[in-house]
Write a protein of this length. Sequence first.
Length: 169
Amino acid sequence: MNNYQLKHFIAIIIFLFVCFYTASAQSTDSIRVETSFSGIKYYKNNQKLYYQDLGEIFKSNPLAYKQYRKAIRSFNTSALVLALGGGFIAGGAVMSYEPVLYGGKPDWTMALVGVGIVGVSIPMFAVTKHKILKSITTYNNGLSIQSSSEISDINIHVNEKGIGFVVCF
């Protein structure tokens, strides 16, 4: 092996080392979050998850499950008590059928109280969203800590997208 070939060989070894050193494996157990105009959606293995599904998944990670339970408690408080209660107060005050239907004036004081209660529930929904995302982050970080960093197998893989290395941990 001459000097020119040795330089290329060393360059290839260094390149492969850098690629494998900085590469991180994709965990199929992690939860993916997609935010859109219609709301937040949660996926695991390309399957859509609901709040109940998240609770079952988080049971394997005690800290994530504790954060999830706090988020659900916050959601129940904000959704049921404040948003629905305030909405019924505001709607009932404005649409109290006898005065409004027959030309009377609605009770604007009660309507404003109901709107205020609904207004208080909006930040609570934001807190719930933040707590759910925090529990998902805790769960996903727990997966990366539990995973092994030892490489057990390296293969060359060819598919329609090209050629690549498959590294199994």
